[in-house]
Design a protein around this ligand. Structure first.
Ligand code: ZN
Ligand code: ZN
Length: 299
């Protein structure tokens, strides 16, 4: 693929800073890659040359383990991940298996499409696992790239969204995108929530999010890495509240999400950086200084 845009994800920071154990070094990060197919292997025939496609985090699976056979390829025993175990999209060219790329819906420009490929897909899977239903109340903890897409899907599904995030600019963005309330990370939303998702990599938020949940509510943890969760008073969990993590995505999640994204249509807020300024973009992300998602533009 000739790369035209690559979204920046917090996972890239976790890879670069070693919070995820190094699997390949050096590594080219980036797993929200948009571009056109420049060349194809002899047996590749799913997509024509010149087709506009995206590469996401799930780079390959073995297709044969018990999880793959059970339709849970996101939990595959022998997976590879773009920009972590194989080189990703902070680059002019990238390579992927034709079975693991996604046609990009027409309505999205390359730069605006990039954040859909992880922030969007993982946010979508998190929404599904949070059990949020039409008309329900959903809490979003941390309001970066994933949450700013997830809120649009949640509202499309008729949910009421409460945003808890430490950064005032992010609170403002949440309200602009239709949150009924926005406050600090451990501030208590005015109403009890049916479901909540923590996107921030901060384990200390877990007790606060549980406190905000109704009986029987589900808290989904959307990040690949999280700081230590403090000891929990069992009363916070009792009454059948559920805490669950979200790991990777299946290809079906990707295709389902991109269809919904085009239907809504999702509007991604992006800050564009040239490829050579990747470090500056990562630093801005680390300091909560990105509104929506950061995207690298590759010439
Ligand atoms: Zn990601
Ligand atoms: Zn497998």
């Amino acid at each position: 693929m000739r790369v035209s845009a690559c979204g920046i994800c917090r996972t890239d920071l976790h890879v670069i800073e070693g919070e995820l154990a190094p699997r390949k070094s050096p590594i080219t990060p980036g797993h929200q890659v948009v571009g056109v197919i420049e060349a194809a292997g002899e047996s590749a025939k799913l997509h024509p040359l010149g087709a506009r496609v995206g590469i996401a985090w799930l780079h390959s699976t073995d297709g044969s383990c018990e999880y793959c056979k059970a339709g849970k390829e996101n939990l595959c025993d022998q997976p590879s991940f773009t920009g972590y175990t194989v080189d990703g999209g902070y680059a002019e060219f990238a390579v992927a298996d034709e079975n693991f790329v996604y046609p990009i819906p027409e309505g999205f420009g390359d730069l605006k499409a990039a954040p859909l490929l992880c922030a969007g897909i993982i946010g979508f899977r998190s929404l599904r696992l949070s059990g949020i239903e039409r008309g329900g109340r959903l809490g979003l903890y941390g309001f970066g790239a994933a949450a700013h897409v997830a809120i649009q899907v949640a509202r499309y599904w008729g949910a009421e969204v409460y945003a808890c995030t430490r950064d005032v600019r992010h609170q403002k963005l949440a309200l602009e995108l239709g949150a009924v309330w926005a406050g600090g990370t451990v501030a208590e939303p005015p109403k009890k929530l049916d479901s909540a998702i923590i996107f921030a990599p901060a384990g200390e938020i877990v007790p606060a999010a549980l406190r905000a949940l109704k009986k029987g509510g589900t808290l989904a943890l959307g990040g690949i890495h999280m700081s230590t969760i403090p000891p929990l008073d069992y009363n916070l969990l009792y009454q059948e509240r559920v805490v669950r993590s979200v790991a990777n995505n299946t290809r079906q999640d990707g295709h389902d999400f991109l269809r919904v994204a085009a239907e809504i249509p999702i509007h991604t807020e992006i800050e564009i950086f040239p490829l050579k300024d990747a470090n500056r973009a990562l630093n801005a992300l680390k300091n909560d200084a990105i509104r929506g998602a950061a995207v690298l533009q590759v010439d």
